[in-house]
Design a protein around this ligand. Structure first.
Ligand code: GLN
Length: 382
């Protein structure tokens, strides 16, 4: 039987590949983004208790009402907004699913979507599987700041959406106040454009900067799907739990798709998260916790010839190996995993063209001993 592929140019994701290679070569895995330390025992206990208490059947398709209410309280306080948990929030199977469901909700064949590269690997397939056309804009290296003049030049009557991602995976760049001003004035002129905002790293933002969530800006929030992740916030990426926030009318369309996609998300986890959300410190302390790891890793990497490209958010930092080798980044990353026992992500994976700036992405959401051991391996004879 021949299946005509909807994604003929897509292979296995670089994250899966590198994690497989890491396991195969017994390497320290700083590739795929996930913590190697324990998540909150209290939150685990809450899930266990929720299961024991019988929360094991389908919860509401849109998400447990109490969880949505608590999330609304959280974002309304943090981002000074007026989100309604009943109508504006849907619990999703992680942030990636939230993005996919949002794009599937809005895209018609032939619609154009502005995407900034380097881009998280799911965006382009999400657009293409829906018959959309990605319009790519390269963020200039090494600042990775948005070239707004180019964005203006690439808007056409077919532009349906712009995807933004702050803090950005993989660069660690974050939106600045002037980006918001640019976005507001641009979208004022283009009534038809929806914003799809990937904010899964909202709490992983460093150097005392506030996270400029799209939810803070009423004119932008009125036309946005904003996607979040519990996995990043509570160190449980394997739970695949997230949520999407949008104005009620937009969210109603999102839910039409979602109810025939995942339908709903795990019940006991939602009961537990609703309770755990009352603990504000669990997310408010995250910036300093992760910043410490970034700084520790940077310190450890001083013994190596790799040069950091500063990260201002997320749990990734990119390092240049231009002083070490001229090899293409994928080959160089292969060499590191095999010869040094350290797995990383080659940055060219985040560009459709395979643009290679001799950069590697490292995940520093790891125990200090893991980070120290990886740096030590990289220091020896590179
Ligand atoms: N978000 C994680 C990363 O960027 C991994 C996601 C995945 O494996 N699909 O590394």
């Amino acid at each position: 039987m021949i299946i005509h592929s909807k994604l003929p140019n897509v292979g296995t994701t670089i994250f899966t590949l590198m994690s497989q290679l890491a396991a195969q070569h017994n390497a320290i895995n700083l590739g795929q983004g996930f913590p190697d330390y324990a998540m909150s025992g209290e939150l685990v206990e809450l899930v266990v208790a929720a299961m024991r208490n019988g929360n094991n059947q389908y919860p509401h398709t849109n998400g447990l009402p109490l969880l949505r209410q608590r999330l609304a309280e959280k974002v309304n306080k943090l981002y000074n907004t007026q989100v309604n948990g009943e109508t504006d929030i849907t619990i999703t199977v992680g942030g990636t699913y939230a993005m996919y469901n949002a794009l599937t909700t809005i895209l018609q064949p032939g619609d154009e979507v502005v995407v900034f590269e380097p881009a998280f690997d799911s965006y382009l397939p999400n657009i293409e599987v829906n018959g959309g056309i990605p319009v790519l804009i390269t963020l200039p290296y090494p600042t990775f700041s948005i070239p707004w003049d180019e964005v203006r030049a690439k808007i056409t009557p077919k532009t349906r959406a712009i995807i933004i991602n702050s803090p950005q995976n993989p660069s660690g760049a974050v939106l600045q106040p002037e980006d918001i001003t640019q976005l507001e004035s641009l979208l004022e002129e283009h009534e038809n454009i929806v914003l799809v905002s990937d904010e899964v790293y909202e709490h992983l933002i460093f150097d005392g900067k506030p996270h400029l969530s799209i939810l803070r800006y009423p004119a932008l929030a009125a036309r946005s799907f904003v996607c979040f992740s519990f996995g990043k916030t509570y160190h449980c990426t394997g739970w695949k739990m997230g949520y999407c926030i949008a104005p009620a009318a937009m969210m109603a369309e999102f839910r039409r798709v979602h109810q025939f996609n995942a339908f709903c998300c795990p019940a006991p986890v939602q009961v537990a998260l609703a309770e755990y959300l009352l603990n504000e410190n669990a997310y408010l302390e995250l910036s300093s916790f992760m910043q410490q790891k970034r700084d520790y890793f940077r310190q450890m990497m001083l013994q190596t010839p790799f040069k950091p490209i500063p990260s201002y958010g997320s749990y990734f930092e990119c390092y240049s190996y231009a002083d070490i080798s001229n090899q293409p980044d994928k080959e160089f990353a292969m060499r590191l995993v095999k010869e040094k026992g350290v797995a990383v992500i080659p940055m060219s994976s985040f560009y459709k063209s395979g643009l290679d700036n001799k950069l590697l992405r490292f995940c520093f959401a790891k125990k200090e001993e893991t980070l120290a051991a990886a740096a030590k391996r990289l220091a020896s004879g590179t």
